[in-house]
Design a protein around this ligand. Structure first.
Ligand code: GLV
Length: 309
């Protein structure tokens, strides 16, 4: 068995070492141009040449939850693709979104600004019922976020392409129920995959359908959001703020107006980091099951490749 690895954003040696431990006797190497075709490839944002050279691939593993970068490339035909399936990301996403919702609801940014200015100023408690939280995207991350938010008793909404029934959550699906979902939401959490259908989905029209004082939490992809529309809606008072973890260009360029905007809080694509040990263990488990003859569709994280760019 031959496995190649290519991810320029991580230290590759621990990945190679753990793969070698799991598959003694296998040929496991960093991908080099012109290398022999592999049985399995583990990649993040690979060069097109890596994909073009694979003539014997049994599976391609994307070392991230989002497959948007890979989906824009020419893929080896018929090869099953897997993305990370939770692998420690869901709990991180839940804690991150809960803190963003609570920070907004409890007005912790202005409270802390008061404190920094030496002002002891209590604010009038707000009604939780006035802050329905709507989660776009009801996959493993969206469901985990909603389960965590439930503990804080916010009214909960969920929207996705396909129908889902989630206890304690009012769910909506498809384009026909999209306006109703937005109108029933005040704090909007974006966890959608980036596809041609969802690109620019957070725009002037959609964001202005949120309840008065709407607040945006974008933890999916920067290209979901039309930046200029967000700035306009904040300026007009239609939206009360945003917590943004992802951007059209990352790192966010120094001159971008989001950096200095008083109603926008910025984090550097950090809401749910890829955890090395969990991710390697998950991929090793899937390779072992594929080698034992498992149907790829039965393994978590299998990507429907017809969702193509
Ligand atoms: C992070 O953004 C990921 O897709 O895993």
């Amino acid at each position: 068995m031959r496995i190649v690895f290519h991810d320029l954003t991580v230290e590759p040696q621990p990945w190679l070492a753990q793969l070698r431990l799991a598959f003694p006797g296998a040929d496991i190497a960093l991908w080099q141009p012109g290398a022999a075709p592999a049985d399995y490839a583990l990649v993040w944002a690979p060069p097109q040449q890596l994909l073009d050279e694979q003539t014997a691939l049994k599976a391609l593993f994307n070392i991230a939850a989002g497959v948007d970068a890979l989906m824009q490339m020419r893929l080896p035909p018929g090869v099953p693709i897997f993305r990370l399936d939770d692998a420690g990301m869901a709990v991180q996403m839940a804690e991150f979104v809960c803190q963003a919702v609570i920070r907004h609801y409890r007005e912790l940014d202005p409270v802390e600004a008061d404190a920094r200015g030496g002002h002891w100023r209590q604010r009038k408690p707000r009604r939780r019922a006035d802050f329905p939280v709507g989660v776009m995207g009801l996959g493993v991350l969206g469901k985990r976020v909603l389960a965590a938010l439930k503990a804080f008793e916010f009214p909960l909404r969920g929207w996705s392409r396909t129908p889902h029934a989630i206890d304690g959550v009012r769910t909506y699906c498809g384009p026909s129920q999209w306006p109703e979902f937005l109108a029933s939401t005040r704090v909007l959490v974006n966890l959608l995959p980036l596809t041609p259908e969802t690109e620019n989905i957070l725009n002037r029209d959609t964001l202005s359908r949120l309840q008065a004082g709407g607040y945006l939490i974008n933890v999916a992809r920067g290209r979901h959001l039309v930046d200029a529309d967000l700035l306009d809606l904040l300026a007009s008072g239609q939206l009360s703020g945003a917590a943004l973890d992802v951007f059209r260009q990352e790192p966010l360029p120094a001159e971008h107006p989001f950096w200095r905007h008083p109603l926008i809080s910025i984090t550097p694509h950090t809401s749910a980091r890829t955890l090395r040990d969990e991710s390697i263990a998950q991929i090793i488990g899937k390779i072992s099951r594929l080698e034992a003859g498992a149907d790829p569709h039965s393994l978590g994280g299998w990507v429907r490749t017809e969702l193509r760019y």
